[in-house]
Design a protein around this ligand. Sequence first.
Ligand code: KIV
Ligand code: ZN
Length: 406
Amino acid sequence: MAGTQIAIFDTTLRDGEQSPGCSMNLDEKVRLAHQLESLGVDIIEAGFPIASDGDFAAVAAVARECRNVTVAALCRTSEQDVLKAAAALQGAARPRIHTFVATSDLHLEYKLKKTRAEVIDMTRLAVALARDYAEEVEFSAEDATRSDVDYLCEVLAVAVEAGATIINVPDTVGYTMPAEFSRLVETIRERVVGDRDVQISVHCHNDLGLAVANSLAAVDAGARQVECTINGIGERAGNASLEEIVMAMKVRSDQLPYETSIDTQQIYPTSQLLSEVIGFPVQPNKAIVGRNAFAHEAGIHQHGIISNPLCYEIMTPESVGVPTNRLVLGKHSGRHALVLRYEELGYSPRAEEVEAVYKRFTALADRKKRIYDQDLIALLSAASRGGDSVPNDAASENNWAVVARA
Ligand code: KIV
Ligand code: ZN
């Protein structure tokens, strides 16, 4: 029996990009957006158009280029913000305006300096204005999990009355606990949504390492959209990680009878592309996409894996696009093996790039026993920039390993 469909709202290009060290230029955003489309996300949040001219241009470019996915633009609840988001989305095949305002007393008093009544008015006006420009309007109550529940429900109800089609419940500071969050989503479902055709979304941050657990608890309580990022990048400790949410639903479908439109074999190539673009390595023990996620070193584990991979693997590396028949690249490897490895990593270097990379590769292989994926990515990016740097050995030891599994 098919599970209930959960929409995957990817905010790598907005919330992810907002975190220190993760900024991307327009070309990089468009490249990543195309890969997110191949991954099968339902919505790409491409940026915050009023934040900068660069963000505006990036949202407009992603909206123009990505025709098979909904493209969302973030805005506060001011007229100027909403109009800017609408303008950036003008060329989109499926536009969504995502407007937000904080609802916790803490944010109202110290950040917005607004009364509860003023925030209600701002919500009504912004959502109604957004509906003039987009069929799909998402409203987020920032800091929802630290808001007074009655007031939160009142604001969300106003947003729905004004035309919001999706109401998002952000755990902005990663504060909530799974059971508590589940109760909050149930309350919103009963008191705000009822039998109306309005989708509940959740957006969890990872300050206590609970973003994925909280998102899954919310889905069980009735949320039908989850907001997440590749590699879990995002403000502070990050956002809920897309790959972990999707694979938890897939591997534990007995407990989580849900489906997504994600092509899971595109997970690893997407993770690698993001890591390359932002120059931010993934922690080695990161679930699903870390270099150790499918590595087995202990003799007893290796023996088990060789007899039957199920002994120590709950999903296959192939299912998330991690290449397995890996050739160990060294100084005796030829161009063919090198190109094959790049293809496994999701790259298609041009002939002249292969030549340039191959020269650097052999120089590096003379110095190092093992060449890591991250070395190859760095070599390719240096070659396409025309630079002549080769990765330094110590740094690359901390990165992605090219290791034969057996
Ligand atoms: O964390 C948050 O509250 C946000 C909102 C803008 C959705 O990113
Ligand atoms: Zn956020």
